[in-house]
Design a protein around this ligand. Sequence first.
Ligand SMILES: O=C(O)CCC(=O)C(=O)O
Ligand SMILES: [Fe+2]
Length: 243
Amino acid sequence: MDGGHHDEELFPREPALVAPGAVHLPAHLDPASQAELLSACRGWALPPAGLRTVRTRGGVMSVRQVGLGLHWYPYAYARTAVDGDGAPVKPFPGWLGEWAHAAVLAAARAAADAAAPGPGGATASGAYDVALVNFYAEGARMGMHRDMEERSPAPVVSFSLGDACVFRFGNTEGRGRPWRDTELRSGDAFVFGGPARLAYHAVPRTLPGTGPGRLGLRGRVNVTVRVSGLDLANEPGAAPGGR
Ligand SMILES: O=C(O)CCC(=O)C(=O)O
Ligand SMILES: [Fe+2]
């Protein structure tokens, strides 16, 4: 899974430091791992506590979501799909935590090679405990936001499948510039932690029809893996956040 080379790329894309603490890892997941993750996503999308439409302060999100480990909703985490069918959230699989951990190590290596600040938060693989699975049909997008509801500084790890997208990575001050746009393709990982952990980011658009045909996916799937830092056993409702 820790590929580094992409069968289909004539010129392999290299890891890129997008901002201090933010690292793009092109073709991090090999084709077999992408198929495995997509197949898991298809299972997670099913009810109960499956894929749902999310209502935020800003309106209805065009991206449909499902949570693992804990259920994220605007703007907190809960143990059940409180803004969906109310069912208990699906468990977070340990292997996904290992994948996230491996991506953090690869990102740290890339940053060290460039003598640049890494994503920080050297985190044990077992610490990753929640994930958000996002499904982007054609035309779906995600506005500028921060991932704020976690209570851990550990890096967020994102894995992309299917159609490519424009991923906009901004700053911690506000939704405006400066930002940098990166194309995320199927199999790419993106890690942000350290000074970038609370940076604003967005997906202004996907690039329909650009996914690898072998996956058999129309649209784009993104999985972000996080350390919640929460123990909801004693907090049945939610942990208030500020997104
Ligand atoms: O789809 C993406 O690449 C980003 C998703 C994201 O920012 C999130 O789930 O908070
Ligand atoms: Fe996010």
